[in-house]
Design a binder for this molecule. Structure first.
Ligand SMILES: [Zn+2]
Ligand SMILES: [Zn+2]
Length: 103
């Protein structure tokens, strides 16, 4: 697998299409806010398994969740660019059962 350049990837048509599809799938609602019964419009799509670690999952629908900007900010550690505790929670949550199919 060739290294995915993060900035280049986010400019690709396939990402833009996928991103739009995920937002639509999630009803344009922030899935993290939803856990707390809040209704917030999602504006970003987050990779639960980070692009850097699992470039092979960059377009896997199950790996992507819609989030509002505030929640998305809480998924990543600003300094290290690593997942925060909340980010790890979501990574754990979305990881499919080995027998389920990956789109
Ligand atoms: Zn949110
Ligand atoms: Zn993210």
């Amino acid at each position: 697998m060739k290294v995915v350049n993060k900035m280049e990837f986010y400019k690709t048509q396939s990402w833009k299409r996928k991103r739009a599809k995920i937002l639509r799938r999630d009803g344009y609602e922030c899935l993290n806010c939803k856990r707390y019964g809040k209704n917030r419009t999602a504006t970003t799509v987050h990779h639960c398994h980070p692009l850097k670690e699992r470039p092979d999952l960059r377009l896997a629908s199950w790996n992507l969740i819609s989030l509002c900007a505030e929640c998305h900010g809480k998924m990543h550690d600003r300094e290290t660019d690593k997942l925060t505790k909340l980010g790890e929670f979501w990574r754990e949550k979305v990881t499919p059962h080995p027998s389920s199919t990956v789109e």
